[in-house]
Every structure is written in structure tokens, then in C-alpha cells.
Design a protein around this ligand. Structure first.
Ligand SMILES: Nc1ncnc2c1ncn2[C@@H]1O[C@H](COP(=O)(O)OP(=O)(O)OP(=O)(O)O)[C@@H](O)[C@H]1O
Length: 235
């Protein structure tokens, strides 16, 4: 599904250029549940931003579902992301002046779907996530766990093939976090490929593969135990 070769990302501050992602090689197959870990500042969110196609300022090759992202215009990338990718954030990113149902409906407003089909999809999703009773409430009237449930419902309503999550349980109690992770596992079992960034080993245990980033390098990949040795010989 994802094939990344020689990905590099840097930021310029004054005359200095600091690399936050360096020579990243990464393949992710459809159906995987990947966890990206590593210390603060390692480049985890930067990598997720590239995967989400929210970042245009990187170098390298990135193929997504057999399409060359590196040759696309910004508009084409945004379109692929809208159609195929869902994103979940630590701070939920719900719109405060929209109800739960209206928040969930948002991704559908970018698609060519009739009003009645949209209403049916929203109703199905509310049902699937057991939040029918909350549909007319506003985000501020929900607990953090419930807000994240809405965030995930919104991220998957358009049935994306890839779900990206940046510290999705960072603001939640452990019981709420476990519920969210169980939901991720269920979505993954139903066919959604997931890439999550987390500091939590407990959350990582829900995934099928863990990648560790340090100083912009991939230093560990449970799907490729030889990686460390290969890097040492090519360094
Ligand atoms: N807009 C920016 N301008 C300059 N430097 C940036 C910018 N965004 C990120 N960085 C730098 O890039 C590096 C990697 O940041 P990133 O947010 O990807 O790390 P992270 O591993 O997700 O960290 P954390 O676990 O703290 O979220 C950091 O050193 C950060 O300061």
C-alpha cells in the first residue's frame, strides 16, 4: 500500500538546515497495524504528516496504492487524502459549533453523495460507534473518550483504506484509551490499514508491527529485525 524510498524532510531556521527525517525506507502492506514510537523530537509526527499528504516539503519517493505521490500536485494529493485516508488527532480536532452528527458528516460534504445517502451513512456510523444518543450534543458536552470516538467515527465514515492516528489516546484515561485501542483493533480486523504514533507500549501491543524513530532515522522495525545490522554496515 505504501512504499517510501529515501524520504528526507528538513526545516530551515536562519542559515541552518536541520533534518528531521533522513533516508527513510518504509513499506507498509494493506492490512497492517503499524505503531511508530521514539523519543520526543524523533520525527514521528513529521513522518505521519507526510503519510497524511498534509506536508509538501519533503524529498524522496512515495507510492501510495500504486500512485506516485511524489509526482502529484498539492491538489491531487489533497484529493487522494480526502478519498482514501482518515486522520485522528490527540486533541480530537472536532468543530465546537457543530453537533456530533454534523461533525461526523463533514468528510462526506467533500464527496459527491446525495443528501439522503449522507444521512443514511451518518445514521449507520452513529449506530456502529454506539453514539446515537449523543448525535445532537456539541463536543464540549462530551467526555474526552467520547470526543475521540466521534473523531474516529468522522475519520472512517468515508471508508478510508488508511487510518492515521497521532497520539490518539494522549489525552485519555487508561480505561478510555483501552476502549479506543480495541476499536482500532476491530477496524484493522475489518480491513483498515492503521498507522499510529504513540509513546505507550500498551497501545503499541495492539498493533502488528512497531517501528522506532530516533533523530529522524528508522532504528528498529519489528518486521525487519536485520535493519540495525544493515544500517551499521552501510553507515
Ligand atoms: N515547523 C517546524 N519548524 C521547525 N522545526 C520543526 C517544525 N516542526 C517540527 N520541527 C522539528 O522537527 C523535529 C521533529 O518533530 P516531530 O514533531 O516530528 O517529532 P515527534 O517525534 O513527533 O515528537 P513528539 O513525540 O514530541 O511529538 C523536532 O526537532 C521539531 O522541533
Amino acid at each position: 500500500m505504501i512504499n517510501i524510498r529515501n524520504l528526507a524532510r528538513s526545516y530551515k531556521t536562519g542559515h541552518t538546515e536541520s533534518f528531521v527525517l533522513r533516508r527513510i525506507q518504509l513499506q507498509i502492506r494493506a492490512g497492517e497495524f503499524v505503531t511508530i514510537m521514539g523519543p520526543s523530537g524523533a520525527g514521528k509526527s513529521s513522518l505521519l504528516q507526510v503519510l497524511a499528504m498534509l506536508d509538501d516539503h519533503w524529498h524522496g519517493e512515495f507510492t501510495f496504492e500504486d500512485r506516485a505521490v511524489h509526482t502529484m500536485t498539492r491538489k491531487q494529493r489533497a484529493e487522494v487524502a480526502r478519498q482514501r485516508i482518515g486522520m485522528v488527532f490527540q486533541s480530537y480536532h472536532l468543530l465546537d459549533d457543530l453537533t456530533v452528527a454534523e461533525n461526523i458528516d463533514l468528510p462526506l460534504s467533500y464527496k459527491d453523495i446525495s443528501r439522503s445517502n449522507r444521512q443514511a451513512l451518518v445514521a449507520d456510523t452513529l449506530d456502529r460507534f454506539s453514539i446515537v444518543g449523543k448525535k445532537d450534543l456539541y463536543p464540549s458536552q462530551l467526555s474526552g473518550g467520547q470526543q475521540q470516538l466521534v473523531g474516529i467515527a468522522r475519520a472512517v465514515i468515508h471508508n478510508p483504506s488508511l487510518l492515521l492516528a497521532d497520539e490518539p489516546t494522549g489525552n485519555l484515561h487508561s480505561a478510555q484509551a483501552a476502549e479506543i485501542m480495541q476499536l482500532f483493533r476491530k477496524l484493522n480486523e475489518q480491513g483498515t490499514t492503521i498507522v499510529q504514533v504513540t509513546h505507550s507500549e500498551t497501545n503499541a501491543a495492539f498493533g502488528t508491527r512497531t517501528i522506532e524513530l530516533r533523530d529522524g532515522w528508522i532504528t528498529r522495525d519489528t518486521a525487519n529485525p536485520m535493519l540495525h545490522a544493515v544500517q551499521e554496515t552501510t553507515a
